[in-house]
Write a protein that binds this ligand. Structure first.
Ligand SMILES: Cc1cc2nc3c(=O)[nH]c(=O)nc-3n(C[C@H](O)[C@H](O)[C@H](O)COP(=O)(O)OP(=O)(O)OC[C@H]3O[C@@H](n4cnc5c(N)ncnc54)[C@H](O)[C@@H]3O)c2cc1C
Length: 180
């Protein structure tokens, strides 16, 4: 059976559409042969609780993907609202690794210092997805300091309006043990 032909959607138009989806902002770091690579990334989601699995989509041709693939391990640092400069510096193509923002954990993973949360991961699976690679990570360590998150929305950084936070007691609130 013939497939319907894909509509021609200009990339700029599509990016504007995708930008309506507000996300947090992370930095993914991997090391190989004694060299650290890292990138700002918002294509992150928590996938499974048993076992603990997370997913990131990493662009092909990025140095970070090469290091993730070679080392089989990586960290994900969830940035706080004060870390906009960190997000910008880790998103600059071809730039030297901005090591001044990082610290080494007891488990030897390199993470962003002062991040709201970190996930230390081993690569469970890699799956090509167009111009990106889907990287499934098994979480082997976490830290969680809290703080206000950095938000990315319509190509801009910002914060969360506290009124928008799910109130305690609501059935989908994270800490009620219900829903997610
Ligand atoms: C808010 C935000 C969210 C993002 N989310 C994601 C995400 O989910 N997934 C994702 O893959 N990326 C994402 N990015 C982009 C990513 O952070 C950048 O592409 C970053 O530079 C990758 O770093 P790297 O060192 O791994 O790769 P780099 O080696 O910097 O390469 C990244 C790309 O830039 C090209 N490049 C390398 N050097 C140069 C140069 N000197 N001039 C021009 N181009 C060059 C490479 O060919 C490659 O295509 C996001 C950026 C921002 C700001």
């Amino acid at each position: 059976m013939s497939q319907p032909s894909a509509p021609s959607i200009p990339v700029r138009v599509y990016r504007d559409c995708a930008g309506e989806f507000a996300t947090g902002v992370t930095v993914v770091i991997a090391e190989h042969d004694g060299e650290a690579q890292g990138m700002t990334l918002n294509a992150f989601t928590s996938i499974s609780l048993e076992p603990l699995l997370v997913l990131v989509a990493v662009g092909r041709g990025s140095r970070t993907l090469t290091a993730v693939r070679s080392s089989g391990r990586f960290s994900i640092s969830v940035l706080s609202r004060q870390q906009r400069d960190v997000a910008i510096d880790f998103a600059t193509p071809g730039a030297p690794f901005p090591g001044r923002y990082t610290k080494r954990m007891a488990d030897d993973f390199l993470v962003v210092a002062g991040a709201s949360a970190t996930h230390q991961c081993l690569v469970q699976a890699l799956d090509p997805a167009g111009d990106h690679e889907l990287v499934l990570g098994r979480v082997v360590g976490i830290t969680h300091g809290g703080g206000e998150p950095l938000i990315f929305y319509r190509g801009r950084f910002g914060g969360v309006d506290p009124d928008a936070v799910v109130p305690p007691g609501h059935p989908i609130a994270l800490y009620e043990g219900a829903g997610w």
